[in-house]
Design a protein around this ligand. Sequence first.
Ligand code: GDD
Ligand code: MN
Length: 378
Amino acid sequence: MQYKARSIDPAAAALGAQAPELALVVPTLNERGNIELFLELVESVLEGITWEVIFVDDDSRDGTAEAVRRIALRDPRVRCLQRIGRRGLSTACIEGVLASAAPFVAIMDADLQHDERLLPRMLETLKHEPYDVVVGSRYVAGGGLGQWDRGRAQISGLATRLSRIVCKTDIADPMSGFFMMRRGVFEDAMRHLSGHGFKILLDLLASSPRPVQLKELPYEFRRRRHGESKLDTLVAWEFGMLLADKLVGHLVPVRFALFAFIGLIGLGVHLLVLRSALAVPELSFAVAQGIATVVAMTSNFFLNNVFTYRDQRLKGWRLLRGLVSFYLICSVGAVGNVGIAAYIFAVDNVWWLAGIAGAVVGSVWNYAVSAVFTWRRR
Ligand code: GDD
Ligand code: MN
């Protein structure tokens, strides 16, 4: 059977005849209303440059991917990488870069908040000066936050200061989502990237095996035209996870550290409830201990659901199912904990060593098994 393309404009072939020198990787989530204008603006500033745009769409429900593919039939410089059942700005950017062969790659939002007029200068800089990355910066002279209210500006300022701790490079705006890089810097870092959350530049700078040579160009953050921002508490949580991963992730997985920390809180809850229950004369010790155990397990479950597994939080009917599975898993963990501790105590008679060993084995079990059964990825 002969392959027949669906209505391709003959003029389109000429546009895509040359390998692109510059790729724009543009993550999208419900940005249909911005795509046309985005491409118009980009085309107008990139004259004389061979370029391509890869929109990485996480299965937007507003038809963003379809809109991009419609344009791609007329313009082979435009492509859509659609991901199903996935979410995440950083991983979207990573996969977009990997889908291109261009020697220079820019990451840019679809919502027209980043100033496309910076693109030619970014490319010139990379071609003629010894930099690896050129960042569109809101925090150098001439740049700005546009019309952000004071609250958001303050939060952004705080997050920026925190970010600088994990960056190996001196940078004014590590939270910027607008930058261009040489392909090589990305390839050197790509196997170390954490991929958590919203901040791909920060991830790149913190994960690069060598300090990145970087230049910042000022720009003024613009107002969103269509659609809405995806910034929410989940994004804030992911930001915290990224920072923690870059600070201590090489020692212990961040999720496990959170889980273990919540386990410690659970111990406090347990002792408090036990003391209160023992104050009731009708309750025997065993009953009081039983009540304290159930309360502590329950509070651990809900704390883990909100903090450790915020990105796959259980709700409604799944919440109930998760709670029951968590009770079962922790009960087995408790039996293992006591068994191991008793065994070690019998062997070496050091009470605290036996106690710690039992607790460690119990929490590793609880963590590993609940990760698979309670908060399994759908
Ligand atoms: N594929 C994909 N998956 N795209 C996403 C996702 C996702 O889960 N979440 C957001 N996006 C896309 C949006 O469609 C948009 O094109 C871009 O990523 C940025 O999202 P916004 O929701 O517009 O972010 P913002 O305006 O709050 O944040 C901006 O400011 C930060 C600086 O503080 C962004 O420019 C960030 O990149 C920037 O770091
Ligand atoms: Mn935006």
